[in-house]
Write a protein that binds this ligand. Structure first.
Ligand SMILES: C[S@@+](CC[C@H](N)C(=O)[O-])C[C@H]1O[C@@H](n2cnc3c(N)ncnc32)[C@H](O)[C@@H]1O
Length: 270
């Protein structure tokens, strides 16, 4: 993983929250929230919470007395999440690396993490941290994207942007968000981190955007793909976004577009 892959800062949080979240993250947030709430937890830790799409889905269905600690590596993402959430006395916002959690052992009933594990530089260490802070009988619930070929817009955008920078194609989407989809490897790494019972469901959804331009802007400007494009050509963002727009429109049509997305949803207990 490149260092810039985990940098969700600058203009990225705003584009991420307004364009990426409705495009692909909202579809999975309600299911994640239901999985967590079904455990009736007294204390929940969310890692890699981003701009708070799961927090917004989970807070209304969590118990009135529950403690809900919401964390992310990038403070800018958390600021966005907290501003949208508004005050809730059960929620604590805290900047935290999922690989070095600033919490006591055995302090949560559930740890949840939607589409964050792909960014962990060492997944076994990240999973072991989740296990460390879980109480006996606690659950770790998380999700990762399936391979890029099963996620139509991401695949198309990656190919279109590669054509703009043919000598050194930006591969963020394939390398990181869609680079950790092997369920046998996920099971093996969870086992090494001390998880014994592991359930994995592969779930398909539909991604919808008002236009090809919206979807192209979401991927090119609302994710760390932006960092990769700007590193190659500081003025190249618009050219790359236009190339992605054209490719999406040719494949999915002008006007509102839709394409398939697919992810693995995992629940693990020590
Ligand atoms: C694709 S976003 C997912 C955000 C949110 N869970 C959602 O579903 O919209 C990935 C998030 O992981 C965060 N992240 C990256 N590395 C991390 C780490 N080591 N610990 C905690 N969060 C991390 C990023 O800041 C980013 O907000």
């Amino acid at each position: 993983m490149a260092e810039s892959d985990k940098l969700f800062a600058g203009s990225i949080p705003k584009f991420y929250d307004t364009l990426m979240v409705p495009l692909i993250f909202e579809a999975y947030a309600a299911g994640m929230a239901e999985l967590v709430a079904a455990c009736a937890p007294g204390a929940v830790l969310e890692t890699a919470a981003g701009s708070g799409v799961v927090t917004r889905a989970l807070a209304p269905i969590l118990g009135a007395g529950a403690r809900y600690v919401v964390t992310d590596l990038n403070q800018a993402m958390l600021d966005h999440a907290a501003a949208r959430q508004g005050f809730d006395s059960r929620i604590e916002w805290r900047q935290a690396d999922a690989l070095a959690l600033p919490f006591e052992d055995a302090s949560f009933d559930v740890v949840c993490c939607q589409f964050g594990a792909m960014f962990f530089p060492d997944r076994v260490a990240g999973y072991a941290e989740a296990r460390r802070v879980l109480r006996p009988g606690g659950r770790f619930v998380f999700s990762v994207w399936d391979r890029i070929e099963e996620n139509a817009f991401a695949d198309e955008v990656t190919q279109a942007v590669a054509a703009v920078f043919a000598r050194d194609p930006p591969r963020f989407l394939a390398r990181t968000p869609h680079g950790y989809h092997d369920v046998a490897l996920i099971r093996e790494e969870l086992g090494r981190a001390g998880f014994a019972e592991i359930e994995i469901e592969t779930r398909a959804e539909v991604s919808r955007a008002p236009s090809a331009r919206d979807a192209a802007s979401a991927y090119c400007q609302g994710t760390p793909l932006r960092n990769e494009i700007e590193a190659r050509n500081a003025a190249g963002l618009e050219e790359a976004t236009m190339a992605a727009t054209g490719a999406l429109a040719r494949r999915f049509g002008s006007g509102p577009i839709e394409g398939r997305i697919r992810a693995h949803v995992i629940a693990a207990t020590p």
